[in-house]
Ligand binder design. Sequence first.
Ligand code: SF4
Ligand code: SF4
Length: 442
Amino acid sequence: MQTSFTITQLMDPQIASSEKILRACVHCGFCTATCPTYVLLGDELDSPRGRIYLIKEMLEQDKPATAEVVKHIDRCLSCLACMTTCPSGVHYMHLVDYARERIEKTYKRPALDRALRAVLARVLVNPGLFRLAVFAGLIARPLAPVFAALGMRPVAAMLRLTPRRMPAPPAERSGKVYPPERKRRGRVALLSGCINPVLAPSTNEAAIRLLNRHGIEVVSATGEACCGSLAHHMGREDQALSQARNNIDAWTHELEGQGLDAILVTVSGCGTTIKDYGFLLRNDPAYAAKAARVSAHTRDVTEYLAMLGLREAEAPAPLTVAYHAACSLQHGQKVLRQPKDLLSKAGFVVKDVPEGHLCCGSAGTYNILQPVLAEQLRARKVANIELLKPDAIATGNIGCIMQLSAGTNIPVVHTVELLDWATGGPVPGPLVEVAERRASAR
Ligand code: SF4
Ligand code: SF4
């Protein structure tokens, strides 16, 4: 694609990297076929190619974002299916990330939208505040249809996504070390993060047990908190980079202290962002090298477990598991086989979901900010999953767990919960009844 930036514009490193990405696009349109919003809406401007043109125009003209640009960029899930499909290697993720940052800096959103985004950016990343919000959501859940009728769809969407029961309080992990059960084979840091410990504390509990059982010492680095992913996807770059620097400091302290073989993440959305810290902070002389080192050590928990190999795994009940590949894991990190192979080796019957490349509609805060499209995508995903008649759905991202759980009665669990169970851990909470039924039918 030809571009027409001035030399002065190209002196800005963000414009220079965007220009390289734009020039790689050859307009072939292959990416449109796998883009969820194009599949749903059929509008070129809601396809990756259309959005690339809009971003090109916005950057070349060096003008504030228009309402038209904002509408179509906001509808993008950042699912990155287009990057998997693109034969020319267009790095759409870096391009749309920068477009979101430009929008945030140059476009004045309506007051309610601004307020909602400010609340999300403040509450979701603070586990204490978020737990209070979940409690309030639990009480107000029956009012979701009222908010929807009043036109307050994002509030209705938040209430519908609230779990039906209050999750157990998250454990205080900062600075804690979890020793291995047998001779130490390795040492890793495990991201606690922000949303995961509030909504699904069982995920990291299972990961820690599983790693300890396989001879791995697990540390929760002192001071580590939200990875910045949520703020980053809302274009709030200053907040995102400050959160990234905080975690880089926490993990660098461990890397330079007792050392780490890897930094493990059980939320694939966070993993994709942490693997990109090196790029995000490439122009920060104080952090560029440290950020690149942290990114190079970051692994999805299933990547690391696949390398380690599971011992003595046997599914305690003959369960059929539909594996839902989170976009951030399959498209963002290209981790495809490992979760499925681990589950199969552990004795589960693993089935691929038809149209597995399409997003479930979760996408960070997308299911709150774009509830109509998110609900359509969830309905399509759930229909595809239910065709398989599985006993359970396994996935590697808390956003997908919440999104799918709100649309089906099939239990949704994290992959590591099944692996922990198969290697001696407890039955994952949502599977207790299914496991009992299956075990008695044996
Ligand atoms: S990231 Fe996903 S929604 Fe956005 S343009 Fe690419 S395929 Fe479409
Ligand atoms: S597939 Fe790649 S090269 Fe083709 S239009 Fe899409 S982004 Fe451009």
